[in-house]
Write a protein that binds this ligand. Structure first.
Ligand SMILES: Nc1ncnc2c1ncn2[C@@H]1O[C@H](COP(=O)(O)OP(=O)(O)OP(=O)(O)O)[C@@H](O)[C@H]1O
Ligand SMILES: [Mg+2]
Length: 160
């Protein structure tokens, strides 16, 4: 058995009752992430992945009104105070297709947000990866955030 101090406590469930709650989460993520970090967004259709990216782009000084689910263009860049790369992996064939978009080079100096990240997970940098699992059931929305290994996440939704 590993020593007790190495056991990572489970990340708390953050209730996203309304768009303001998404904005607070996005602002906290924007504050915690650094260029080179990748935020993997997973969750069912309509769970709020793009909405979270839009608020994060706003928090990082980019043009949030331009953020939409990438359709024909699979990768978008926003040039705010901190550059943001936004990918929707829903239509990507797999991890190799992400490399084909030039993701690694573009994400190097940006904070990257990847919707449907599970589809391309092997191509994402495990040591820089934030996992955001969004849930949407019975009209209730929530998120669980897991920071990269060795990084802390001190977001307390109830006190925001
Ligand atoms: N916490 C929330 N409270 C209320 N409405 C929300 C919340 N999060 C998202 N929405 C709304 O839900 C809708 C779908 O959100 P969004 O497009 O962000 O989902 P998505 O996960 O990106 O979907 P897709 O899988 O199609 O890419 C939008 O109209 C958005 O405004
Ligand atoms: Mg979307």
């Amino acid at each position: 058995m590993p020593p007790a101090h190495s056991i990572t406590p489970a990340s708390p469930v953050i209730i996203l009752a309304d768009l303001a709650a998404v904005a607070r989460l996005a602002q906290a993520l924007a504050a915690e992430t650094e260029p080179g970090d990748v935020v993997a967004l997973d969750g069912p259709l309509g769970a709020g992945k793009t909405t979270l990216v839009r608020f994060a782009v706003a928090a990082l000084g980019g043009e949030a009104e331009q953020v939409q689910s990438p359709t024909f263009t699979l990768l978008h860049q926003y040039h705010g105070r901190v550059p943001v790369v936004h990918v929707d992996a829903y239509r990507l064939a797999g991890p190799d297709a992400l490399a084909g978009l030039g993701f690694d080079e573009l994400a190097e100096n940006a904070v990257a947000f990847v919707e449907w990240a599970e589809r391309v997970l092997p191509a994402l940098p495990a040591d820089r990866l934030w996992r955001v699992a969004l849930a949407h059931a019975d009209g209730h929305r929530s998120a669980v955030v897991t920071p990269p290994p060795g990084r802390t996440w001190a977001f307390h939704a109830e006190t925001q």
